[in-house]
Design a protein around this ligand. Sequence first.
Ligand code: EPU
Length: 307
Amino acid sequence: MQALSSLDALKDFCFTDRPLAQLTTWGVGGVTKCLIAPRDKHELAAAVKTLSNEGEDWQTLGGGSNVLICDGVVNIPLIHTARLDNVTVMAKPEGIFIDCGSGVPLKNIFALALRKGWSGVEPLAGIPGTVGGALIGNAGTLGGSVSDAIYRVSMIESDGSETEKNASDIEWGYRSSSLASDKNVVSGAIFRLERSTKEKVLEKSKVAVEERKSQPIMAKTAGCIFKNPPGYSAGKLLDDAGCKGITVGGVKVSERHANFFENFADCSARDIVELAKLCIKKVEDMFGVTLKFEIKTIGFEDEPFTS
Ligand code: EPU
């Protein structure tokens, strides 16, 4: 990382030596030398432009629900989107439009829709994380994905300019989107919902809630840790290979769903990596399939277990 003085333009919203564990659902991670937490899209634009001009590598951190951050010191700057939390509702004859910052928790959008009886985000009930992270990974459940309810997405490009993309111009895949890039950051999105009733929204959301009953939602996890290899379920492979309950340090493979690692006793990132290694080996030995991380990693010299 360049000397922090080169980031002087960002000093009003740049924090040094910030502990990161509390910014993740796993509760794991060391300390970052530079956490940039813009309060609006102008500050986000200044951050992206400055980092790009300085030739800095950087990563974006949203709700911390799908990441593994290394122990010790994270050397690259992180842009934390949590304070991009604006929400504006526009009721139009053709629908309800919710304009929000990328740092808004997805659960707030669902809660608002449920309270008002607006339909469209029922499949997102119970999904952790922020709007930005959900868009990058096209989060969803069996009932549908975030892409189904999106009207438009705004991004800050590396030169600090803002671009807008209609949902139809974005390529949406299963838990992926063409938005993912290390050169730009999602600044916000507009959801388009339909007028309905609270009762109907609640009823429709039960499918997603039901689906999560097989998962350890009360434990400290990062959601599913490995991708499903084509034609397989990672959870089933791990279960059949006898991984459930295996423990390394303070982390164990969930007894409820084997593709979740539970931090039950203040585990380290190293514990998680070691447990992942063990599980990968067991699945390889039994089925000849190599599991890859679905979670994103931050701060590791050699990115572990990515494709
Ligand atoms: N299974 C087992 N043992 C286990 C876990 C699963 O036998 O320990 C079996 C299940 O009984 C089922 C099959 O494996 O027959 C598939 O399991 P599940 O329905 O739980 O779905 P999944 O493929 O494991 C995916 C997503 C989840 C999402 C669910 C439901 C991935 C990597 N995971 O899991 O997403 O919640 O479908 O839509 O795509 C996440 O992205 O963080 C996540 C948890």
